[in-house]
Design a protein around this ligand. Structure first.
Ligand code: GAR
Length: 204
């Protein structure tokens, strides 16, 4: 088991109503197999229609739905969960809305996000989903990858805490790049979460 401290770390994930939940599942599997002192306390979705909700049911991940139509109410509900459950970290897993600066400041715990392709050249503001991989493919880059970063006021541009590069020279389409990068994300994200929280704990 990689979680060496006995402290329990409680996490809330945040996903949109169209999330596939592949990162969420990868994180949950990693916690259960390799880091038992980490748990997903709640997977939060912005719609009951999220395809990932069925996966939560199968994998017995507790989930809850908060509409994000009114972001003020959404953030208020998030804050209540974070305080009630004594959450240590918010993990974005395919969340498409922008969180407000006041929310980011007020929760007093970090928020992490994962981004496909290596910042800052690709995947900047306004470039989501397959558009990122299409841009990488069109640029004839030999490498892509993923970055895990802290969410700050600029949302997708916070400090990078972990990154992994992968060769894409054999990829014949943007879809092939997307599949390869997703595999990297599933390996990188859970490990980055565990290392980050353990390091945070060791400096307290
Ligand atoms: C992932 O590819 C992740 O990198 C991306 O959304 C996808 C979510 O997939 N996130 C961003 O682009 C953040 N701006 P998932 O729902 O299968 O985990």
């Amino acid at each position: 088991m990689e979680g060496t401290t006995s402290e329990v770390f409680r996490i809330v994930t945040l996903s949109s109503g169209i999330s596939r939940g592949s990162n969420l599942l990868a994180i949950n599997d990693y916690f259960r197999e390799k880091a038992n002192n980490f748990s997903i306390e709640y997977a939060v979705f912005t719609s009951v229609k999220a395809p990932a909700i069925d996966k939560c049911r199968v994998s017995q991940i507790p989930y809850i739905v908060f509409s994000a139509r009114n972001m003020e109410l959404f953030e208020k509900s998030m804050l209540e969960i974070i305080q009630d459950k004594q959450i240590h970290l918010v993990v974005l897993c395919g969340f498409l809305k922008r969180l407000s600066s006041s929310f980011i400041d007020s929760i007093e715990i970090p928020i992490l996000n994962i981004h496909p392709a290596l910042l800052p050249r690709f995947g900047g503001l306004g470039m989501y989903g397959m558009a990122v991989h299409e841009a990488v493919f069109a640029s004839q880059e030999t490498h892509s990858g993923a970055t895990v970063h802290l969410v700050d006021d600029h949302y997708d541009h916070g400090r990078i805490i972990a990154k992994e590069e992968i060769s894409i020279s054999g990829c014949k389409s943007a879809n092939e790049i997307a599949d390869k990068v997703l595999t990297v994300e599933h390996m990188l994200y859970p490990r980055a979460i565990v290392s980050y929280l353990q390091a945070t704990k060791s400096v307290c």
